[in-house]
Design a protein around this ligand. Structure first.
Ligand SMILES: [Zn+2]
Length: 537
């Protein structure tokens, strides 16, 4: 009697063993409603991982099925249901393909439940080929597994879109803690990310950044101690492009990016600046303005025609000159300006148009110490107030003693604070002098040149430059308003302020001589110390 048989083998995937049996049985029931569910019709082998070796010695139920076909227990004309062809042998596609042919040649039809395909009789070449290819795919557990993984990712993406924190492929500076728990920031990695973005925004090339990190011994993310891995430009390029640093998550489900999903490592401004610097570097490369970046790029305009200045090598010495682009086009007669001469003007513009803090760099440590001290003073002050209130209620000797101690503490703390303020004010006044700040403007390296140029552009500054021998003049505008006028003769620049803000900057540096509140450096130091002391009280 012709009959239908089912062979089930648990997959190797431990986690799905239970459901794996049910799934295979379910598919068989769907395919054949008359399937008889007894041990004569259902052959099954448990998963290899669970019953290691047991079925290998005697070949398991699968071998028994083949034997039953040979002995006629399973009659010719019967049908065997299997989930996939890979169930027909544990020994790979060739063996499984042999078994398929052996079965069909013995009059058994084989149905693969996954795709409902039926193999019977003498297999055609195309059937054999198809089965071989299918077999190869089916045997590749990793392919199947990735299919299952993909399914689970689809679910996770959907969940992520509801704002829930899920386990997905995370950037190296984040760690998954648990579903619905905020991601943990790995501080060391996040610190490196911030540094890389800062350097990129300053105009360092990825090669230069990689060199910095490698020389310092900072390992690339996810590398192990002693594996010798180094930072390369490609990984830095990918990092600087990665919007995950600003919190954006892009699930690979083809949907829109999710803003604000990850913790923010890099502020959007810095991120954008790093992108901008990338574009500028590319531009600098494209325009081939020699080895030095043109500090006047998109900032300097021709005073005569309003067009931009190019920086070009001229003459036999290949000396760099600023050349008006209108002149290059034959529509302007502006005189060329030696690039090194124009840099004297550039430094002067930078000095007077930008706040001194920019040149002074990071003072966060100083501020932190001052804040810490202020915190201690506030705390002592609070205790003092409480003790005074207690004293009003009941003048116990313990309270009086405690009050004395707090008073002494306060005196000591305030003394320290005053000393610190004075030192800071003095330092600040000295480091804000013209010569100290000019020394900070170093335009010898491209990163610094790009940084200075980017800064002026970000501030919305444009400068009209004209050479009127013997002087070169610079009219500085910010957002259209004239804020500063600089002229340079024989290498000596003079700045005249047109705005309150620029005037104050000069005043803070104690260098104004044409304004009514002209003060000497000593006066500035005294007055700024006084101001600090007044605000501390
Ligand atoms: Zn011009």
């Amino acid at each position: 009697m012709q009959d239908t048989y089912l062979y089930i083998r648990y997959s190797h995937d431990k986690q799905s063993e239970g459901s794996s049996y049910d799934r295979q049985l379910g598919m068989a029931r769907q395919h054949c409603r008359t399937l008889i569910e007894d041990d004569k019709h259902i052959y099954f082998d448990a998963g290899k991982s669970a019953f290691k070796g047991e079925h290998l010695d005697d070949g398991g139920k699968l071998k028994r099925f083949y034997d039953d076909v040979k002995s006629g227990v399973v009659p010719k004309g019967s049908t065997l249901l299997v989930e996939d062809l890979d169930r027909l042998s544990r020994d790979g596609m060739w063996k499984a393909s042999d078994k398929l042919r052996e079965l069909t040649e013995n009059g058994i039809a084989v149905v693969t439940l996954r795709d409902g395909r039926r193999y019977e009789g003498v297999l055609k070449l195309s059937d054999a080929l198809t089965s071989l290819l299918k077999q190869e795919l089916a045997n590749d557990e990793s392919v199947k597994k990735s299919g299952r993984v993909a399914d689970s990712y689809v679910k996770r993406y959907a969940k992520a879109r509801t704002g829930k924190k899920v386990k997905v492929l995370l950037p190296s500076w984040l760690e998954w803690v648990g579903d619905d728990v905020p991601y943990k920031v790995r501080e060391a990695e996040a610190g490196v990310v911030k540094e890389v973005f800062t350097w990129a925004a300053e105009g360092y090339s990825y090669a230069a950044i990689a060199k910095k990190l490698n020389q310092r011994g900072t390992k690339p993310f996810r590398s192990k101690e002693g594996d010798g891995k180094l930072w390369i430009t490609a990984s830095l390029f990918a990092l600087v492009k990665n919007e995950a640093v600003v919190g954006v998550y892009k699930p690979r489900d083809g949907g829109p990016p999710i803003e604000g999903y990850f913790p923010v490592i890099v502020e959007r401004d810095l991120f954008n600046a790093a992108q901008g610097a990338r574009a500028e570097r590319k531009e600098a490369k494209d325009t081939r303005t020699g080895t030095l970046f043109n500090v006047w790029a998109k900032v300097g305009l021709c005073a005569q025609c309003g067009r931009t200045w190019h920086c070009l090598p001229k003459g036999r010495g290949k000396q760099l000159y600023l050349v008006c682009s209108g002149k290059l086009g034959g529509t302007c007669t502006a005189k060329n300006i030696r690039a090194d001469r124009a840099e004297i003007g550039f430094s002067e513009v930078l000095l007077n148009a930008v706040n001194a803090d920019y040149f002074l760099g990071d003072r966060s440590e100083e501020l932190m110490k001052a804040r810490e001290l202020q915190g201690l003073i506030d705390n002592a002050q609070q205790r003092h107030t409480k003790l005074v209130a207690l004293l009003d209620d009941d003048p116990m000797p313990e309270v009086v003693a405690a009050l004395k101690r707090v008073n002494a503490e306060l005196t000591e703390l305030r003394g320290r604070k005053e000393q610190m303020d004075q030192a800071t004010a003095k330092q600040s006044a000295i480091s804000r002098t013209r010569s100290a700040l000019l020394a900070k403007i170093d335009l010898t390296e491209n990163p610094a040149r790009m940084q200075a140029n980017t800064l002026l552009r970000r501030l919305g500054i444009s400068v009209e430059i004209g050479r009127y021998d013997p002087q070169v003049s610079y009219t500085v505008r910010q957002g259209g308003n004239k804020i500063l006028f600089v002229f340079e003769r024989e290498g000596k620049p003079t700045a005249v302020s047109y705005s309150q803000e620029t005037a104050e900057r000069m005043y803070d540096r104690g260098e104004t001589d044409e304004l009514e509140y002209s003060l000497s450096l000593d006066d500035v130091m005294k007055s700024s110390t006084k101001r600090k002391l007044a605000s501390a009280k």
